[in-house]
Each structure stands twice: as structure tokens, then as C-alpha cells.
Design a protein around this ligand. Structure first.
Ligand code: GLC
Ligand code: CA
Length: 549
């Protein structure tokens, strides 16, 4: 059995991973093609974002049929082959289940619109407050009202995301049964992991106006959420001890996560939270330009590390996914210290208590898209906000500057495999442009270079398996108030690990508050280092020091 505390999970966004049949869209056979690469990296699971039949308004997070594979991505045979080929390489599959909402093209929703009472109860339909006025003032996460009026019915339906993503009604037991059936179906196919999309939004509370926010407090970590997760666990994946689960928790609280991912709570194996990825927002407002607040980042990471440990709960630790900009562009450097900063950011995450996730391309230091025209963007959220920002009075140029930093498309440009055209992703026309820097940043080049970011990630993955202190150790912050260094200590039985990261380009001298006697250098991003008291940390320097009593 794979121990998820020693595992590393690799996220694949199939659409942008590798295209095996020249149509410009990555596919399941493309993933099979690249399994040896993933084995070389050393990951234990691959999390595949949704490849189910979908109109693709939100790139597959709008599911039309949970039992069928979108022909753009391949066939059920391809999927079965993928499970089997991955297994041969010691890699397991984690699927991405989107159950907060379906696509408006899902059969259930179409029946609901056609007036079928049974299916109307699968969704959340409400009468308006007054003629034509939405039931509440809640906002969609993608901009605009969260309610859509259906004139034929004289009612609104709730969509926390795009209008083509109506929210399911989890309070209806029949809906929960349908969902259990879907999970059991994929378990039978040999799937060994599930990621549950925005799963802490499934239990809606009061439908009331939010006087001081966008409505999220009424449906985030809602009244029945823990019951629903316990039930799902007991009826489906909880029956197979080998299955690993992770919940994507939107705007959640730590107290709720103690339960979601508590060792004994019978809910999920672990959770993603995003508080550390809002340190360059203004509060919850993403579509602004504000510098990242390092002290806040540290505090959030430390609080979650310590809090989750204290309550025997497990974190997923990560910087990147398909909804986030590239971390090296965000908190590191695209310039002279590109490689050093990418390795520093990797060290910081991979030394932590939790299961690390790597998002495709992160392991080669891929950077933000660098798009300069709206025609290059594809994401529904970016397109909506480009319009909204201008409606608010921003110039096109200002709107572009914000998109360049925050757009989800930054993380969605195709994987850069090699120097050849389109970075070797496709020999057709890619559905979204490849980053122009593919000749300098690509997997092939890094596989050949011993000192590459790829090989650094490979080593970090291996260290987690070899050193119990990395997988199981307790967590303690070091030098908490330091304005440029992030450091922490892990301890397990007779082992100790110190992780030190200079978060900035500027050199800084650092005095370790711990006695460093007996520590040896385990890994770092500069050559010829040893663990000494009072060191000068170079630009983005990071290291792990290890000691066994
Ligand atoms: C999650 C997904 C994101 C999607 C949203 C709605 O946040 O990661 O890509 O748009 O849920 O399903
Ligand atoms: Ca294809």
C-alpha cells in the first residue's frame, strides 16, 4: 500500500499535457506516452483534471456525463490502458470529481428545465425576491450574479460558478445516491484516488442577502458538510483503505479542516486550502495588483502546519495548480535567478508536513504565459473579468497588466517538452498558445542536465521516501520574525531536519537559532555548502540540514 505521507502527487491538466493525435488538444494517450517521464520524476499518483464529457465552458469542470470520457480526450479503452500502464510503473490514478455542480447540458438539468419535478429537486431553484430580482445578492465566483433566471419557469437557479454550471442540491438524498454510484463506478476501474472539486461548498445554509460580502459565508463549510462527507466516505471510497482523497476547500477555516482531514474523522485523507495563495490579493479581491506580503505568507503557512499537526489532520502542500499563476513568476524570479528561485520554492514546500503536489511544468520551472492580447486568453474567468475590469473604468492596458499576473491561463499553457515547434506538445495547432520561452525551458533539456530543476524535484521526492522525518516529523517554526528568511524545523524520533529559505534575491546573513553541531547538508540550490552557524544566504538560497542523534 502506498503511504500517502511518503507520496508525492503530480497534477496533469490533460488538455495541455501532450497531444497524441495532432488536434492540438492533449489527451489520455498523451498521458500514457509520458508515463516514463513521470516514473523518472518519481511521483506516486497522478491527479487528472476532469476528462468527462463536457461542453468545456470551464475546461471540463462542467460535466455533462460522469460515466463517459469526452472523445476529445480519448475512449474508455484508453483510460483502462492508462490505469494499467501507470500501475506497471508504480503510479496510481486520482480522478477529479466535480460534484458541487454539473454542466447545464447534463441530462438531469435538461430534464429539470423541461419541467420534470424529480430532477428539478436535483438543483437549487428559487423564486425571486420581487419580480425579476434574484433571490439573494450572492455573486458568482466567475463574476456577476450567482442566480440565473429561467423565464419559462419563473424561477432562478443557483450557479456559484459559470451560468452553465448549476449547483446540485446535496440536501436531496437522491442526488447523494447518484454521486455514490459514480464514485463506485470509477473505483471499479481501478482508480485509487479522488480529488473533490470545491467540495466544501456543497452544503448550502440560509438563502439570505449578504450585507458585507459576496455570499460565501452562507454556503462555505455549510451546515451539513461533515455529514455529507462522512456518508460519502462510508458508502464509497472508505471501503478501500488504499484510496487517497483530497478535498479542494474554497475559503475554508482551519477548524473545519481539522475535521475534513482529521486522522479519525472518516472524511478525507487531506485538504487543499488557498489562504497562502491570496497574499497577493487585496482581501478576497483577486483582480488587483498588490505586492505579495511575505510575512503574511509565512504566518499562514506556519499556522496551518502547526494547527493541522496539533489536531492530527493532514495538509496537501502546494504552490501551483491549473487555477494559479506559475509560482516561479509569482514568488520567485523569471530572470537571472530563475533556477535558484524555482528550487528554493520547491524546497520550502517539499520539506513541509503534508503531501506535496506538483503541477505539470512546475518541475521544469515553467513561467507565466506572457500573453499580451485578449485573443490569446481562453479561460472563462479571465474573459469575464477582462470585461468587468473595463466596465469598472480601468483601461485595457491596466486590465491586461492584471490578467498577466492573475489569469488562470498562466498555468494552462502547454507543457514544454522539447525545443521543437510548440515545445513538442503538438504538431497541430495548440488550443492555447505555447509559452514563447519553450526553447530555453523544456523537459528534454532538463533531463540531460544533472543540475536542473527537474533533477532537484526528483531528489526532493526521493528524500521524502528515505527520511521519515520529512514524511512524519513534527513542525516548528524558526526565526519567525525574520523579514526575508523562511525557516523551520522538523523532528521525528532521533532525527532532525532544518529547512532554510532565503525568499529574496538580496543576500542576507542568517543565524540559526538552533545548535547546528552534527547537522549535515542534505540538499540545497547552491554548491559547496555546509550547515554552519551564521551563514550568508545567497540569492534565493535554500537548504535542508539533517541530523540523526
Ligand atoms: C475548482 C477548479 C476550477 C473550477 C472550479 C469550478 O476551483 O479547480 O478549475 O473552475 O472549481 O468547478
Ligand atoms: Ca489530441
Amino acid at each position: 500500500m502506498t503511504d500517502f505521507k511518503k507520496s508525492t502527487i503530480y497534477q496533469i491538466y490533460p488538455k495541455s499535457f501532450y497531444d497524441s493525435n495532432h488536434d492540438g488538444i492533449g489527451d489520455l494517450n498523451g498521458v500514457i506516452n509520458k508515463l516514463d517521464y513521470l516514473k523518472e520524476l518519481g511521483v506516486d499518483y497522478i491527479w487528472l483534471t476532469p476528462f468527462f464529457v463536457s461542453p468545456q465552458n470551464d475546461n471540463g469542470y462542467d460535466v455533462e456525463d460522469y460515466y463517459r470520457i469526452d472523445p476529445r480526450y480519448g475512449t474508455m479503452d484508453d483510460f483502462e490502458k492508462l490505469v494499467c500502464e501507470a500501475e506497471k510503473r508504480g503510479i496510481r490514478l486520482m480522478l477529479d470529481m466535480v460534484f458541487n455542480h454539473t454542466s447545464s447540458r447534463h441530462e438531469w438539468f435538461r430534464k429539470a428545465l423541461a419541467g420534470d419535478e424529480k430532477y428539478k429537486k436535483y438543483y437549487i431553484f428559487k423564486k425571486g425576491k420581487t419580480q425579476g430580482k434574484a433571490p439573494t445578492n450572492w455573486e458568482s465566483k466567475f463574476g456577476g450574479s450567482a442566480w440565473e433566471y429561467v423565464p419559462e419557469m419563473g424561477e432562478f437557479y443557483l450557479h456559484l460558478f459559470d451560468v452553465s454550471q448549476p449547483d446540485l442540491n446535496w440536501d436531496n438524498e437522491e442526488v447523494r445516491k447518484e454521486i455514490q454510484k459514480i464514485i463506485l463506478f470509477w473505483m471499479e476501474k481501478g482508480v485509487k484516488g479522488f480529488r473533490f472539486d470545491v467540495v466544501n461548498l456543497i452544503s448550502k445554509g440560509d438563502f439570505a442577502d449578504d450585507e458585507c460580502g459576496d455570499g460565501r459565508r452562507f454556503y462555505t463549510d455549510g451546515p451539513n458538510i461533515h455529514n455529507y462527507l462522512k456518508e460519502l466516505n462510508a458508502q464509497t471510497f472508505g471501503r478501500d483503505a488504499e484510496i487517497v482523497t483530497v478535498g479542494e476547500m474554497s475559503s475554508t477555516s482551519m477548524e473545519n479542516c481539522f475535521q475534513y482531514a482529521g486522522e479519525k474523522s472518516g472524511e478525507l485523507s487531506m485538504v487543499f486550502n488557498f489562504h497562502h495563495l491570496k497574499v497577493d490579493f487585496a482581501g478576497n479581491e483577486k483582480w488587483v495588483l498588490v505586492p505579495a506580503d511575505f510575512m503574511k505568507l509565512k504566518k499562514i503557512l506556519f499556522d496551518w502546519q502547526e494547527g493541522m499537526e496539533k489536531h492530527q489532520a493532514w495538509n496537501a502542500v502546494f504552490w501551483c495548480n491549473h487555477d494559479q499563476p506559475r509560482v516561479v513568476s509569482r514568488f520567485g524570479s523569471e530572470g537571472r535567478y530563475w533556477k535558484e528561485s524555482a528550487k528554493m520554492l520547491a524546497t520550502l514546500i517539499h520539506g513541509m508536513r503534508g503531501t506535496p503536489y506538483i503541477y505539470q511544468g512546475e518541475e521544469i520551472g515553467m513561467t507565466n504565459a506572457g500573453f499580451t492580447d485578449i485573443s490569446q486568453y481562453r479561460d472563462v474567468e479571465s474573459l469575464n473579468h477582462f470585461r468587468i475590469l473595463q466596465e469598472k473604468g480601468l483601461t485595457r492596458e491596466d486590465a491586461y497588466r492584471i490578467l498577466q499576473v492573475h489569469s488562470r491561463d498562466n498555468g494552462r499553457t502547454p507543457m514544454q517538452w522539447e525545443k521543437t515547434e510548440n515545445g513538442g506538445f503538438t504538431d497541430g495547432t495548440p488550443w492555447i498558445e505555447v509559452n514563447k520561452n519553450y526553447e530555453d525551458i523544456n523537459a528534454m533539456q532538463q533531463l540531460e542536465d544533472e543540475d536542473s530543476i527537474f533533477h532537484y524535484y526528483q531528489k526532493l521526492i526521493r528524500l521524502r521516501k528515505e527520511y521519515d522525518v520529512i514524511a512524519y516529523g513534527s513542525f516548528r517554526t524558526l526565526d519567525e520574525q525574520n523579514p526575508s528568511v523562511l525557516a523551520y524545523m522538523r523532528e521525528h524520533e532521533d532525527q532532525k531536519l532544518i529547512v532554510v529559505c532565503n525568499f529574496y534575491e538580496k543576500e542576507v546573513s542568517w543565524e540559526c537559532p538552533e545548535e547546528l553541531e552534527g547537522f549535515r547538508y542534505l540538499i540545497g540550490n547552491y554548491k559547496g555548502r555546509e550547515g554552519k552557524k551564521g551563514v550568508r544566504l545567497r540569492a534565493y538560497e535554500a537548504m535542508m540540514l539533517y541530523k540523526r542523534e
